[in-house]
Design a protein around this ligand. Structure first.
Ligand code: F6R
Length: 607
């Protein structure tokens, strides 16, 4: 995720900016840049690490007291020096850094190109600096007014910092749906995307609210709403040290990332539906595939992403009645699969660098299949190899165990499946209702997170157990697999997942008093069947955790947890969140190193 830092005060800006950017390195980034303001702007940008940037700069020649710094994690435009922030206007008098996504940047870009503005990068962010320049010229050269005017043209999410040679002792900050915090001390004023980057300067911190503009100067910070009304600036003492600040006050990155899911899902859906709720997916429109000749769709991935594949294939096959196959990449590459020019292969990979998945892409391409990547990392190998790429916008995942990447993959698979069904002239059952439910999924997940304490209580059952079993049918099956994998990975409790109907064909022999069984029943046609299978384990003394959105007679169970209402096609998202919590609290109770489980790596770049 991109990182922002800024300083104006009596000290030199450069050292503060560099140390702030280094504090933000943990968020992941692919390029970095700084603008210092004096009579002129001085901007440096580098692809790669902050050390690359430092090589370009001679600190002895940098006396400036005002500046902004940025670490970029690419979303629009590949990682490169040109796409790195800051972005400057054409006469190098205004410089901006931006976190977030400008949804209407294409429309704004067309308008600004028409006015003669020249763009140097492929980013959505660059439109902002030219728009501010245009507004500045039309607002009597008053920067605050220009920003108020510009901000009303921007759609999307943004944390923005603006500096200008017209006013070299100020930083202007604007916020909507992307975090931005301000700090103040006797030495000056500070801004950052994350309190971590401020702690070297101050602990007196104000978290900006959406719809606010702040004007930072050496001795004060003034706060306004987007219409120019002044609002009180109230600072609070920030209690955390740098390490817990990076984790946003949570005990681990995994817990933070579990809680980031409403935001990650919102970002992933951003810009995907027009005002009439029609799906926008130009990546697939321009795939150049003869859809009427399509015979089969493969969903290929590893680990958690493979569980997402099973979800994606089940959903599509149901709606489009085309042959859909979910396969692990490590098997696909060796099994001589039926893949030809009538095959669409969808590759799902959070990192976009998993060796087995990349090998599977090569095989599909050799056999002339159409290839689509679904990844979280812009410019990753998989996106360069496939014919088209759709991105999740989960932001970097730091914990080894995948959480927000998984749920955003499910969300993007719903979109992708809707698009493929449309191309195949098929319609999802209750499609309009599904889209409405999808759009309100961030709120559904917010409500799900309120059930955290219950999952913590249920996790106590697992702490002293060696084994656990997860069961579910249809779309609940990938959820069962994912719940079992999360538990294994971070708490080292052995866990297996089965189709609920398979239990009595063998695994039930393992159920004895106090064995934990997690039954997931969110799919109405089969919920009663899973309910019966769960009863069979209860009869053998199992401790059952029953996750459902169905009306059931709860009195028979000690533990039933009801997920917030949503369409059953989407229930695997909140259900997965609950199972992440279950694994998390089990691992916490066992004192495990949650973010770095033994033997595991975040990106598996070897076979
Ligand atoms: C589990 C986990 C892994 C990854 C797998 C594929 O929590 O993170 O199972 O899902 O290694 O990684 P990507 O999605 O990067 O291809």
């Amino acid at each position: 995720m991109c990182g922002i830092t800024g300083y104006t005060g009596s000290g030199k800006a450069l050292p503060f900016l560099l140390q702030g950017m280094k504090c933000l390195e943990y968020r992941g980034y692919d390029s970095a840049g700084i603008t210092l303001v004096g009579e002129a702007l001085t901007t440096w940008k580098a692809k790669g690490r902050i050390t690359e940037l430092e090589r370009m700069i001679d600190p002895a020649l940098c006396p400036e007291h005002t500046g902004i710094g940025h670490t970029r994690w690419a979303t629009h435009g590949v990682p490169s020096q040109l796409n790195a922030h800051p972005h400057n206007n054409m006469d190098d008098t205004i410089s901006i850094i931006h976190n977030g996504i400008i949804e209407n940047y294409m429309e704004l870009k067309r308008e600004l190109l028409g006015k003669g503005y020249v763009f140097a990068s492929e980013t959505d962010s660059e439109v902002v600096v030219h728009l501010i320049d245009d507004c500045w010229k039309n607002c009597g050269q008053d920067m605050l007014k220009a920003l108020q005017k510009a901000v009303h043209r921007l759609q999307g999410s943004f944390a923005l910092c603006v500096v200008t040679t017209y006013d070299p002792t100020r930083i202007y900050c604007l916020k909507k749906e992307s975090p931005l915090v301000l700090g103040h001390s006797a030495e000056g004023s500070y801004c950052a995307s994350d309190p971590t980057a401020l702690l070297a300067g101050t602990r007196e911190i104000l978290a900006m609210e959406d719809g606010q503009i702040a004007v930072l100067s050496k001795n004060r910070i003034d706060l306004y709403d987007f219409d120019g009304q002044e609002v009180p600036a109230v600072f609070v003492h920030y209690p955390y040290d740098a390490e817990s600040a990076q984790k946003g006050g949570y005990d681990s990155f995994m817990q933070k990332e579990i809680h980031e899911q409403p935001h990650a899902i919102r970002e992933t859906l951003r810009g995907r539906f027009d005002a009439d709720n029609r799906l926008i997916m130009e990546e697939i429109d321009s795939l150049g595939l003869n859809w009427s000749h399509l015979h089969r769709v493969y969903f290929i991935a590893c680990g958690t992403a493979y569980h997402a594949s099973i979800y994606g294939k089940t959903l599509l096959q149901r709606a489009a009645h085309i042959s859909c196959i979910a396969e692990t990449a490590s098997e696909f590459r060796y099994e001589d699969p039926i893949v030809d020019e009538h095959t669409l292969c969808i590759f799902i990979s959070q990192s976009g660098e998993t060796a087995d998945t990349l090998a599977a892409v090569r095989l599909a391409k050799e056999r002339h299949a159409a290839t689509v990547a679904l990844t979280n990392v812009l410019g990753s190998s998989i996106s360069r190899m496939c014919d088209a790429t759709v991105y999740t916008c989960a932001g970097p995942e730091i914990a080894v165990a995948s959480t927000k990447a998984y749920t955003t993959q499910l969300v993007m698979l719903v979109c992708l499946d809707l698009k493929i069904a449309e191309k195949l002239k098929a319609v999802f059952p209750e499609e309009e209702k599904l889209i409405r439910s999808l759009k309100s999924l961030p709120e559904t997940v917010e409500k799900t997170l309120e059930l955290e304490e219950t999952m913590k209580e249920y996790a106590q059952l697992l702490i002293h157990q060696h084994d656990a079993y997860f069961i579910g049918r249809q779309l609940d099956y990938p959820t069962a697999l994912e719940g079992a994998l999360k538990l294994k990975e971070i708490s080292y409790v052995h866990a297996d997942a089965y189709y609920a109907g398979e239990l009595k064909h063998g695994p039930i022999a393992l159920i004895e008093p106090e064995t934990v069984v997690v039954a997931i029943a969110t799919q109405k046609d089969v919920a009663a069947k899973t309910f019966s299978n769960m009863q069979e384990t209860l009869a053998r003394g199992a401790n059952v955790i029953f996750i459902t959105d169905q009306d059931t007679d709860a009195q028979d169970f000690a533990r039933v947890i009801r997920i917030p209402a949503c369409m059953e096609e989407l229930a695997p998202v909140p259900a997965a969140v609950l199972l992440q919590e279950l694994a998390y609290f089990t691992a916490e109770g066992k004192g495990c190193d949650i973010d770095k489980p033994r033997n595991l790596a975040k990106s598996v770049t070897v076979e």
